[in-house]
Structures are given as structure tokens and as C-alpha cells.
Design a binder for this molecule. Structure first.
Ligand code: MG
Length: 383
């Protein structure tokens, strides 16, 4: 005879029993757009995480640029490895703060699904092309993908994620048409969403630094100007001596830096939570400011590191020139498809009426991997 469902339900309730009162418990979820029965032993947020992981859009992340255009080397991060690194930082933070790891992980795994091919420069191109149609934004696109474009269920479109995961993905609110009702946002999102935002940033600050060093676009001498990096290097050399080979030194400095950012964030947030003592996840949403934050000293150092990366890596002439070369790919595709819709798959053309031609084409282009966009561009040029 099979076990009674109550015993199985207790299994995931038990896994959330250690959460703080301010965490988002799955039992308090506002639910999904389309009601579904609970799973026997996976919480609602664990199911969200798994739905994201098994989506088509998730697999496409492996062929999308992070900072370095993919063909430049096999060891640089792409959107998928960025997402995986960020999700594991989010889990560490959530566990240390007794928050819901499943919700934080689901959020980070989904957070970049809406990115265009070729990173932020691709997004900027589409945003200009769609200027008269409300622009283009990858956060908005992420929600369109999970709410509408993924088709895996017979009775509804999208992945039917919980309200809380969708709240975390919506981020900045919305003033655009969306195919299904948007979650109404409070003054703040859940603590898990706040953790997800900063885990994303910690991931990219560190791995972009790592990739920048590997690519030779940044060097140790130049990085002495960055207080956090210089201090992490001093600590590594005090521990291992000054004779480390550059690749090992670089790795050790980044390990130390990552740990410092995560540890400061945990400690400062613990203090903030203890003093604010919100009674529930709902109380967190009504607060005037975010409770997940760094100490003010670390926040200044983090900003310095971020500014350093903008000036010296993201705007580095070599990175910019690689990006500029691919910017024309997206605008050529857009104009080519607008002028000649017969080049588009039928399922895109049938959406012209529903979404308008520009948005339907932008959705199609945004969903492309770098590789697919290049192939389509070659086809277009060969005509
Ligand atoms: Mg990201």
C-alpha cells in the first residue's frame, strides 16, 4: 500500500522548519496563476527551480555571451556558467541567513533567461530598435519567457511559476503590456529576491575579474588601484608567500575576495534583521528599505570595484570592438525580418497580430543564441 500523502507533505515542511520567521515559507505562497495540486515531497519553490532548470530557455544560456564573445575562448564564462555560479552564491547566502534556498536558487537560475545574444550590447541594440514600442529590457523578457513562451503544459502557457518567484524576477515593476496579470509589488521584494540580486552581482564582479585577468585585459599592477583586490592579494601573500605563480595567485585572490563580499553581506544582513526583526515575509515587503545589504564600508569598496571593472574591462577597447562587430548582426536581422517576414518561422509570423510585428520579431531575436544569430545573419547576407 502506498504511504499516505500527509507523511510525504511533512517531508518538505520539515525541510523548511529551520527557516527564520522572515523567510518566505512555501506554505505561505500566494500560489500560481493556474491552480495545481501540491507535489508529494517537493516544495512549491523547489518545483519552480526544477521547471526553470528543465526549460528550453535555460539550455540556450550556454550559447549566450556574458562579457566575452563566445568564440574568444572556451574557458570564459557564458550566461549559463554565470547563472550557475550566482545560484550557488545565493544558496550559501540563503542558508547562512535561514532563508528559503529553493526560492533564492529558482530566482537566480531564471534571472538571465531573457538576455539577448551578445550580452548587454545586444540588449542595447534591441532597446533602440524597439524605442517606439516600449523598448527592450532583459528582466521584462525573462518574465515573458517563464509566463508565456515556454510551452510544456497542456492546459496553460508558460511554466506557471509561483507568485513569489515571479515577484523576484519582475524586479523593477512594469509599465508595459504583459500577456498575463503581473504580480503586484510591495515596497520591497522578499529577502530571497534581495539575496538573488546581490548574489548575481557578487558572481559577475568576481568572474569578470577572473576572466579579465585570464584574457590579459587586466593585470595585477593595475588592480592595485582597487582597494578590495589589493587587500585580498596582501592576505593571500601573507598566507602563501610572494612566490605564487600568477594563475594560482589570481585564483586565490578571487577566492578571498568572494569570501569577503559574501561574509560581509551575511554579517551586515544578520545585524539588520536582528534589529528590524520583521515578523514575516509580508512585513519585509512593507519595509521602506532593503534589509539584505553590506556594511557601509564594504558597500563603498564594492562600488569602487564595480567602477573599476566598468572603466577597465567592460569599456576596454578590445571588449567594445568585439561587441560592436556583433551589434550589426542584431540590427541587420531585425531590419531583414521586418522587410521580409517570409524569412521568419510561421509561429513568429502568426504572432504579428497578437503582439505587433516589432515585438514578435524582437522576441524571436532575443531568444536566439549567439551561434544561431550568426548563422541566421550569414543566411540573410547570402541572399
Ligand atoms: Mg546576471
Amino acid at each position: 500500500m502506498s504511504a499516505p500523502p500527509t507523511r510525504d507533505l511533512a517531508a518538505f515542511e520539515f525541510s523548511e522548519a529551520g527557516l527564520a520567521v522572515w523567510a518566505q515559507h512555501s506554505a505561505h505562497s500566494r500560489g500560481r496563476l493556474h491552480a495545481e495540486p501540491e507535489h508529494r515531497y517537493r516544495s512549491a519553490f523547489a518545483r519552480d527551480r526544477d521547471r526553470v532548470l528543465h526549460s528550453h530557455a535555460f539550455r540556450r544560456l550556454q550559447y549566450k555571451t556574458q562579457v566575452f564573445v563566445r568564440h574568444e575562448g572556451d574557458h570564459y564564462r557564458n550566461r549559463l556558467t554565470h547563472t550557475l555560479e550566482g545560484s550557488q552564491i545565493a544558496r550559501t547566502l540563503a542558508r547562512a541567513l535561514r532563508l528559503n534556498e529553493d526560492l533564492a536558487e529558482a530566482t537566480v537560475l531564471a534571472h538571465d533567461l531573457g538576455h539577448t545574444p551578445f550580452g548587454h550590447s545586444g540588449e542595447a541594440v534591441l532597446n533602440v530598435l524597439l524605442e517606439d514600442e516600449g523598448g527592450f529590457d532583459h528582466n521584462r523578457q525573462t518574465l515573458r519567457i517563464v509566463d508565456w513562451f515556454e510551452q510544456r503544459y497542456p492546459n496553460f502557457r508558460g511554466l506557471n511559476l509561483t507568485w513569489e518567484t515571479r515577484e523576484a524576477l519582475l524586479k523593477h515593476g512594469a509599465d508595459w503590456p504583459h500577456p498575463v496579470p503581473l504580480p503586484e509589488l510591495g515596497a520591497q521584494p522578499s529577502l530571497e529576491a534581495q539575496v538573488a540580486d546581490l548574489a548575481d552581482e557578487i558572481a559577475y564582479l568576481n568572474h569578470d575579474l577572473d576572466d579579465g585577468l585570464r584574457a590579459g585585459l587586466l593585470d595585477f599592477e593595475q588592480l592595485e588601484a582597487c582597494t578590495l583586490f589589493a587587500a585580498a592579494r596582501t592576505r593571500c601573500e601573507a598566507r602563501y608567500g610572494k612566490g605564487l605563480e600568477p594563475a594560482v595567485l589570481g585564483a586565490q585572490v578571487i577566492i578571498a575576495l568572494l569570501d569577503q563580499l559574501v561574509s560581509d553581506l551575511v554579517e551586515a544582513t544578520r545585524r539588520a534583521l536582528e534589529s528590524a526583526a520583521p515578523e514575516s515575509a509580508e512585513a519585509v515587503r512593507k519595509r521602506p528599505g532593503r534589509l539584505v545589504h553590506y556594511s557601509s564600508e564594504m558597500n563603498d569598496l564594492r562600488k569602487e570595484l564595480k567602477d573599476f571593472l566598468y572603466q577597465n574591462l567592460y569599456h576596454h577597447p578590445e571588449v567594445r570592438s568585439a561587441q560592436q562587430q556583433v551589434e550589426c548582426v542584431l540590427s541587420d536581422l531585425y531590419h531583414g525580418f521586418c522587410a521580409n517576414p517570409s524569412l521568419l518561422p510561421m509561429q513568429v509570423v502568426t504572432r504579428f497580430e497578437e503582439e505587433g510585428r516589432a515585438r514578435a520579431i524582437a522576441d524571436y531575436i532575443a531568444g536566439m543564441t549567439d551561434r544561431f544569430a550568426r548563422v541566421e545573419h550569414e543566411k540573410l547576407r547570402g541572399r
